[in-house]
Write a protein that binds this ligand. Structure first.
Ligand code: SF4
Length: 756
């Protein structure tokens, strides 16, 4: 709380990747109210239900306010903090530094891991990445963005040579055809959906197509819905590429600068409309209609989200989509581009500073020795940066259980709920020598698995920058003093680093870190040359240099040039005031058009490996052991339970594991209990009615696997894996598929009316 700001304060919403601008008004009594920022280019004054309720989440309830130790074994067993021992910051920071140093001495540099989050601000992300990659000396840092965005990152790098998003929000308004793939935009990116709908209202000729196994709210506004079988996106898009070739839709000029067109067309050529229809479980007429609409509309935007990214074959899905845009030259043009919609408020900021186990800072390449040397040189790191890809999020449990990771620091994320095989991760934390968790909420289930709990500042208290889905960097600003002893994540990290004897972490303000981040993007990165001053080539790509963008943003503010000084070549520094008044701006400029792009030949999963949703999973017995509990029927777990493919996703009014949105009464009214939505045929098979409760347990079977994941058995799960859900019956689901929101966890059982 260092900024001298006057109400209303301009900040950004901490939820989804739209990154809406928020005006926070604080009255004389200190009561906060929020409205949309009419000047923010993402939302122009509008907020969705979650953003509108932000002020309701600012109370002291359920906040962590003091560092403490706890007996994690007993806490895990009891489900609530047990044998806790408050500790002062000075003492706990010293202790963490000492224990991390001892871990490194005893078990080596690779025995430490950070698990970070798209909820962190870019400045937090930057310090975490620098700390572990530059100074601890390994790449064992991964973000929960691994779960939502890593497929898009890899797909972009394969196609464009860099992780860049060649689209802007305006494209959603200027396109003639918007195709949503694996995205319930109406609920998950509602402000963007509203922008498209407003444009469609002005021009009813605009078309919307939704590709999703279930009929979501987005479909209510769609001209066409393709309810394809789960896992068949690559079949559909290989068929589209083949169709576009057959129809002569290739953009000859654009294709001249593309590589590997032929292998991709060759891989796609067997995917006739009939074959695609069979694979996807939809009619050939529907496939034909979709293909014809894409072929006819030069101004097509394909927006994709978690339904594409969160898959073991997610990268192929991304590239199958991008292939069709490359073929038609619809990339980075007004109203014509593929568009990856990020889930979290700062997934993009994490990518910019390289906070994944296989990325380097500033969009440089981890597998490039010169890039590693450049970053190490800039950081004045004590040793060369490690070349090996670090432990990724989904491998972290195994790395802990087999003894490779002895100390893990988890920041601003709740992986014992959100990771795949979350129970395994919880078991791993129970065995790990040192688990540090920095969070702002008592309700994070992961807090209960920590040896040391650190109170971090939350939205409204912390200050820094975030980057939204269209590469727009905005300030998030503090509105109020931090509660209790809560501290910024960057401060906690740098205090520990300094106590470990590491140089380069003497930051006083988030601005200092932003300056360094910008300076790194500019370091030996003279945009007029391919070779730096000491003859070390810097990989020049479109994402390379933030500094001119920042200069532009600052210069747009009347008094700001006085605050900007160029200290030396390629190093910029912003005064406190200039950082405070920074207006939203896009890195890479307003329009990115990738050149020298590359097609990827896609081989869809074999049809045999995709479950036949209409027959295979209806063969199980119906549930049994009914017990009447008042107005609803309760179905106990049964070995004869029906097998359903579970699709997960967000609700309109909740965010992640509800540690913040769960505090807003109005948001809990949308859906107050976890529901399992099933097709009427499946409800009949189960013998359940609307509103009944069912008990669920994971059932991993080889014949249900659509990818190369190793088969797992029911025996590998624990009784903790069982969850209760209330049945909702809807023909929005295909028979054999079930949908359940991702939000609820044990910590929020209090919101469920189980047994009433
Ligand atoms: Fe905007 Fe997303 Fe926040 Fe809603 S949740 S106000 S769409 S940033």
């Amino acid at each position: 709380y260092t900024e001298d700001l006057i109400s209303p304060i301009r900040t950004t919403c901490p939820y989804c990747g739209v990154g809406c601008g928020v005006l926070a008004n604080i009255d004389e009594a200190g009561v906060v109210s929020v409205t949309g920022d009419p000047e923010h280019p993402a939302n122009f004054g509008k907020l969705c239900s979650k953003g509108s309720a932000l002020a309701q989440t600012l109370g002291t309830e359920r906040r962590l306010t003091q560092p403490y130790y706890q007996n994690k074994q007993r806490t895990i067993a009891k489900g609530q903090p047990t044998d806790t021992q408050p500790v002062e910051w000075e003492a706990v920071l010293d202790d963490i530094a000492s224990r991390l140093n001892n871990t490194i001495v005893t078990h080596g540099r690779d025995s430490v891991m950070f698990y970070v989050s798209g909820q962190l601000l870019t400045e937090d992300y930057y310090v975490a990445n620098k700390f572990i990659k530059g100074f601890i000396g390994n790449n064992n840092i991964d973000s929960n963005s691994r779960l939502c965005m890593s497929s898009a990152v890899a797909g972009h790098k394969r196609a464009f040579g860099a992780d860049l998003v060649p689209s802007n929000y305006e494209d959603l308004e200027s396109c003639d055809l918007l195709v949503l793939v694996g995205s319930n935009m109406a609920w998950c990116h509602p402000i963007l959906f509203g922008r498209f709908l407003a444009a469609k209202k002005r021009d009813p000729n605009k078309k919307l197509i939704v590709i999703d196994p279930r009929r979501t709210d987005s479909c209510e506004f769609a001209d066409l819905h393709l309810p394809i079988a789960v896992g068949t996106d690559t079949h559909l898009y290989n068929g589209l590429l083949h169709y576009l070739e057959q129809e002569g839709c290739g953009n000859k000029d654009y294709l001249k600068q593309c590589h590997d067109v032929k292998p991709a067309l060759e891989a796609a050529k067997t995917w006739t409309i009939d074959k695609v229809a069979t694979a996807c479980g939809i009619s050939a007429d529907l496939v034909q209609e979709f293909y014809a609409l894409v072929a006819a509309n030069d101004k097509t935007v394909t927006a994709f989200s978690m339904g594409v990214n969160q898959s073991a074959s997610g990268t192929d899905k991304v590239n199958a989509i991008i292939n069709t845009h490359l073929y038609t030259g619809r990339v980075g043009r007004v109203g014509a581009s593929p568009f990856s919609l990020t889930g979290q408020p700062n997934a993009m900021g994490g990518r910019e500073v390289g906070a994944l186990a296989n990325l380097l800072a500033a969009h440089l390449d981890l597998d490039n020795e010169q890039h590693r040397h450049l970053v190490a040189d800039f950081w004045q790191a004590p040793q060369p940066l490690a070349a090996e890809v670090g432990v990724k999020a989904c491998d972290a449990a195994d790395a802990i259980l087999d003894g490779r990771i002895k100390a893990i620091w988890i920041m601003a994320t709740n992986p014992v709920v959100s990771l795949p095989e979350a129970d395994k991760f919880r078991r791993a934390l129970a065995t790990c020598d040192l688990v540090i968790v920095s969070d702002c909420s008592v309700d994070s289930d992961t807090v209960k698995c920590a040896d040391i709990v650190l109170p971090a500042q939350g939205w409204g208290e912390k200050s820094g920058t975030v980057t939204n889905s269209e590469r727009r960097i905005s300030r998030q600003r503090a509105l109020m003093p931090a509660l209790g002893q809560a501290k910024p994540d960057w401060w906690i990290l740098s205090q520990v680093a300094k106590r470990m004897g590491l140089a380069g972490f003497d930051y006083q303000h988030a601005r200092d870190i932003f300056n360094e981040h910008i300076a790194l993007t500019a370091y030996r990165n003279d945009t007029s040359q391919d070779v730096s001053e000491n003859n070390q080539p810097r990989h020049l790509n479109l994402a390379k240099d933030l500094s001119p963008m920042v200069v532009g943003a600052i210069a747009s503010i009347e008094e700001s040039p006085n605050h900007l000084k160029q200290q030396n070549k390629n190093v910029f520094s912003f005064s406190h005031d200039a950082y405070d008044v920074m207006t939203p701006f896009q890195w890479g400029g307003a329009r990115i058009t990738p050149s020298k792009t590359k097609f990827i030949a896609i081989t869809p999963p074999s049809h045999a490996s995709i479950p036949n949703r209409h027959t295979q999973r209806l063969s199980s017995k119906s549930a049994h052991s009914k017990k009447n509990n008042g107005s609803h029927t309760f179905h106990q777990d049964s070995s004869g339970a029906l097998d359903l493919r579970l699709i997960t996703g967000r609700l309109r009014d909740q965010w992640h594991t509800m540690t913040r949105t769960g505090l807003a009464p109005q948001l809990n009214q949308h859906e107050s209990v976890p529901t399992l939505t099933v097709h009427p045929n499946d409800a009949k098979q189960l013998g359940v009615d609307q509103g009944d409760y069912v008990q669920l347990r994971p059932c991993y079977e080889k014949n249900l696997s659509i990818n190369s994941q190793p088969p797992r058995t029911v025996a590998s799960t624990t009784t903790n894996s069982q969850v209760l859900a209330q049945v909702a019956i809807s023909d929005s689901m295909s028979a054999g598929d079930a949908f359940m929101p991702m939000h609820w966890s044990n910590a929020f059982a209090r919101f469920a009316r189980v047994g009433t």
